[in-house]
Design a protein around this ligand. Sequence first.
Ligand code: FAD
Length: 290
Amino acid sequence: MKEFEYYKPSTLNEASEILSKYKEEACIFNGGTDLIVRMRDEMTKPKVVVNIKEIEKLHEISYEKEKWISIGACVTLNELSKCKMISEKYKILTDAIHNIGSIQLRNLATMIGNICNASPLADSATPLLVLDAKAVIFGADGVRKVLVKEFIAGVRRTDLKIGEIVVAIEVPIYEKSIVGSFHKISRRKMVDLSTVCGTVAKVNGEIRIALGAVSPTPVRALRTEEYLKGKILEAEIIKGAEEKVVEDISPITDIRASKEYRIDMAKLIVKRGLMHLRDSELKWGEQSEA
Ligand SMILES: Cc1cc2nc3c(=O)[nH]c(=O)nc-3n(C[C@H](O)[C@H](O)[C@H](O)COP(=O)(O)OP(=O)(O)OC[C@H]3O[C@@H](n4cnc5c(N)ncnc54)[C@H](O)[C@@H]3O)c2cc1C
């Protein structure tokens, strides 16, 4: 690993000033589970590393009634999965988080690091996409908010400008509870990166689908969502959605899987996700009739 200067600021202003001063040569260190691996392999060679974990307010999970839940940048994945408010409101998100690495890794890793790393296969991205979550960004010009869908701009590319820090992810609070499921297809059952992942959920009465590792960034399957509008989830419609999703994705062949396998797995995730929605609705329907 190359030598670097190390800073541990205790305020956002201080952190932003250091990042602005050293520009592309500086790098934020959060849980470090992506960054340290990349630095060790010399895929990233920052001259300056800025540890943001001393900034107290980045460790908070806060709540604005009927508006949003805000997850601070340094909240670890284990802290997040223990938060009752999150698991009750957004089970799809906690399910995705449980699928990231091991319990030891989740003690260090953060959801914001997972998003800022901007990998096409980031497991927390697809639930955040269907939930229309926003990245809250602090910089010299103040605070701005960007949909996670737009924040992840390409492979390992984000919308962040020099000196900016993601301080939180804001997830809207929806009137109706969210029914849905997260799916991960990987070579091993545990502690493995996704070959394909995805979330299928009903949000505000509409079916939303997002897929990871099938395009340069995690994507919403908007054509499939449009096809499903107003339709009852019968076997024939689910089959149609499986075919439609091919138009929403552009997978490649790499060390993990072939393009053809990824297409098949994306179809399988859509099928399983829609069947889960249909079965949940039947269950709730039966209960309300009883
Ligand atoms: C053994 C192992 C298993 C893994 N398994 C999975 C898996 O199953 N699924 C998965 O999706 N990932 C997996 N990962 C990748 C990684 O653990 C996750 O992406 C993790 O959530 C990253 O969070 P972090 O806090 O450690 O990020 P860091 O490594 O600290 O940062 C990642 C990147 O984001 C930037 N960054 C961090 N915080 C901010 C911020 N607040 N503002 C701006 N930029 C920021 C950093 O500069 C860096 O470029 C695995 C990694 C390892 C080593």
